[in-house]
Design a protein around this ligand. Structure first.
Ligand SMILES: [Zn+2]
Ligand SMILES: [Zn+2]
Length: 305
């Protein structure tokens, strides 16, 4: 099994939002007001990602809060024409995007030690055809709140599944993409498991996928244990059993490529707080998704087999 299990990693949980805008681009709040809003709300970190701009945000950090600089960049799309929206986390210099291939833009991000997130593919109309030629990104936005609040196109789960099946291990991130002051803030976040709240620890946890995404419900624990199943001709196959504990929700889904997952719904108008899945032979990846009665969800990162 490959993939970090944050629920069985030592450390504390830190809530953060990886995508936000200020008046430096098209956001409604100044940099100082954007950061103080997230600090006041109890967040542990916020990444400022103004379109095409990088700002020095270091003076917005506190002992219990990290201000992380970043940008949202828009290289041209030679495949379908619709510009890419790529969030760069932890960069300090602007990224050149004019007459630059998206892969070169990502190389610039990585050359600064940053990480690239492919943003809101559903809202962009991007499919696997737009993402297959792209190299070096570390995550896809599985949910983007501003896209949800404006036109109901916030959820990009099926694109993430295609990426996991056809490209390989990429993390899922739920983010506000906050532009305003109330409609698209504090709705979507990641919970990062890290030994402490320092820039080094939080960025390391991000890079290794030691986090999960949520719109509200919490995943409490995921246990992965070796087990065996019988194959078609009676042979013994080594595999894994995955057990999940979570807040009371209406369903727990175990998602893998094609038919290999399983679905645990709440019964008789009740709630479900745990579920189990035995990883089937041929499974490439498996991720956990929980959904509350109000449609609010949480997503684990994928485990690879
Ligand atoms: Zn965008
Ligand atoms: Zn944005």
């Amino acid at each position: 099994m490959k993939g970090v299990n944050p629920f069985r990693t030592a450390g504390q949980w830190y809530r953060g939002n990886t995508h936000s805008h200020s008046t430096v681009s098209d956001g409604r709040l100044s940099i100082a007001d954007r950061f103080s809003a997230y600090r006041d709300r109890g967040y542990s970190f916020l990444v400022l990602t103004d379109h095409g701009k990088v700002s020095d945000v270091s003076k917005e950090s506190r002992t219990n809060f990290l201000a992380i600089s970043g940008s949202e960049v828009h290289p041209e799309n030679p495949y379908s024409g619709e510009l890419y929206h790529i969030v760069a986390i932890d960069i300090h210099e602007p990224i050149r995007t004019e007459r630059v291939h998206p892969n070169e833009a990502i190389e610039q991000i990585r050359a600064q030690g940053g990480e690239a997130v492919m943003c809101h593919p559903y809202w962009l109309g991007h499919t696997i055809l737009d993402l297959l030629p792209i190299h070096g990104f570390f995550a896809v936005e599985v949910y983007n709140d501003t896209c949800q609040q404006l036109i109901g196109k916030g959820f990009s789960e099926s694109t993430w599944d295609e990426v996991l099946e056809k490209i390989g291990p990429k993390f899922g991130i739920a983010a506000d993409d906050s532009h305003g002051v109330d409609h698209d803030v504090f709705h979507a976040w990641i919970n990062v498991k890290a030994p402490d709240l320092t820039m080094g620890s939080i960025l390391q946890a991000l890079k290794t996928g030691c986090f999960y995404s949520s719109l509200g419900p919490e995943i409490r624990d995921i246990e992965i244990t070796p087990t065996q199943v019988k194959g078609r001709s009676g042979e013994t196959i080594d595999t894994h059993r995955i057990h999940v504990w979570c807040d009371p929700v209406k369903s727990i889904s175990f998602k893998a490529q094609r038919y290999r997952g399983s679905y645990v719904p709440a019964k008789d108008g009740g709630w479900v707080t745990e579920g189990e899945h035995v990883v089937q032979p041929g499974t490439k990846y498996l991720r956990v998704e929980i959904a509350g009665a109000d449609g609010k969800k949480a997503w684990s990162n994928p485990f690879f087999f």
